[in-house]
Design a protein around this ligand. Structure first.
Ligand SMILES: Nc1nc2c(c(=O)[nH]1)N[C@@H](CN(C=O)c1ccc(C(=O)N[C@@H](CCC(=O)O)C(=O)O)cc1)CN2
Length: 287
């Protein structure tokens, strides 16, 4: 399938009959060929409707701007839609923030380097110098921005300056600093964090220690959009692994690393491929 002519359309609106017909007819009438269509309604009647379409545009009869304006007037207004188009030939710019743990960062960078994650990686920023050689090995810029309780505001200002115009998506690959409300507000539903527990269990710092003390039989990892409130943002992806009384905290940390890597990579890919619709504090993922 040609990426240069691949387009996507995401829709959220009050559910009612005729939505699929109206959207598909609109695209057909403008020369687009729908190649994938997924939808979800929350209730048999009167709920919320979600849809993700992929379509090819080599024979589009108008420009993208004209198409979007026409869609707004002819379809979106009629069905009170929230909607957005995206174009695969315009990969999203992705910046990653990390502290000292390398596993989640290297998983994302390895998959990106193999072409599995359609993004332009603009930089890696860390509050520690440790991972610079590993990042430079991918040919990427690395910025060390030390953070302390005393300089947190200045450090965030420096990070925001680095990210200006350089990030459609910010990935927290085990970045161990709580971001301010102002920082988060700059990237609404565009910061993805990997939390090392099966949320909502064990929010905050040291979730494996919390899990060990609780005697859990499952540990987990959760990728979620970052909001001002710590680890409370819309969940994108999760996974779990069985554990027992035989496992130490160190064992849980080691077992959890693989979960974190896989879960974060899937969440990042789904975001980059425009497969996620956020509705309230939940997501609809058309994986
Ligand atoms: N506004 C938000 N910021 C961050 C979120 C979030 O959901 N909202 N997720 C965290 C990641 N995280 C767990 O996944 C986490 C990171 C850091 C801490 C924490 O207590 N940090 C201390 C400093 C610790 C240190 O210096 O080593 C702090 O910031 O005061 C808890 C949970 C990323 N940010």
């Amino acid at each position: 399938m040609s990426r240069e002519t691949l387009a996507r359309l995401l829709i959220t609106c009050p559910d009612r009959p005729g939505i699929v017909a109206a959207v598909s007819t609109f695209l057909f009438n403008h020369g687009a060929n729908i190649t994938d269509l997924q939808q979800h309604s929350t209730d048999p009647e009167g709920g919320t409707f979600f849809m993700r379409l992929e379509f090819q545009t080599p024979h589009l009869d108008v420009s993208r701007g004209v198409l979007e304006r026409a869609f707004a007037e002819a379809v979106a207004e009629r069905f009170a839609m929230e909607w957005r188009f995206a174009y695969a030939e315009e990969p999203k710019k992705m910046a990653l923030l990390v502290s000292r743990y390398d596993h989640a960062l290297l998983e994302v960078l390895w998959r990106w380097s193999r072409g599995e994650l359609p993004a332009k990686v603009s930089m890696v920023i860390s509050n520690h110098p440790d991972l610079e050689p590993a990042v430079r090995a991918f040919g990427l810029p690395y910025h060390h921005v030390p953070v302390s309780k005393e300089n947190k505001a200045e450090a965030e200002a420096s990070i925001l300056e680095l990210l200006e115009g350089q990030a459609d998506l910010v990935v927290l690959a085990r970045y161990m600093q709580i971001l301010s409300a102002d920082f988060v507000s700059r990237f609404p539903h565009r910061i993805i964090n990997i939390h090392h527990s099966f949320l909502p269990a064990f929010v905050g710092a040291s979730p494996y220690r919390q899990a060990y003390e609780r005697g859990v039989k499952l540990i987990g990892a959760t990728a979620h959009y970052v909001t001002e409130e710590l680890d409370q943002g819309p969940i994108i992806e999760q996974d779990v692994a069985r554990v027992s009384h035989r496992h130490s905290v160190e064992d849980l940390v080691e077992l959890g690393r693989d979960l974190e890597r896989q879960v974060l990579a899937r969440a990042v890919r789904w975001h980059l491929e425009d497969r996620i619709i956020v509705h309230g504090n939940k997501t609809v993922v058309f994986s």
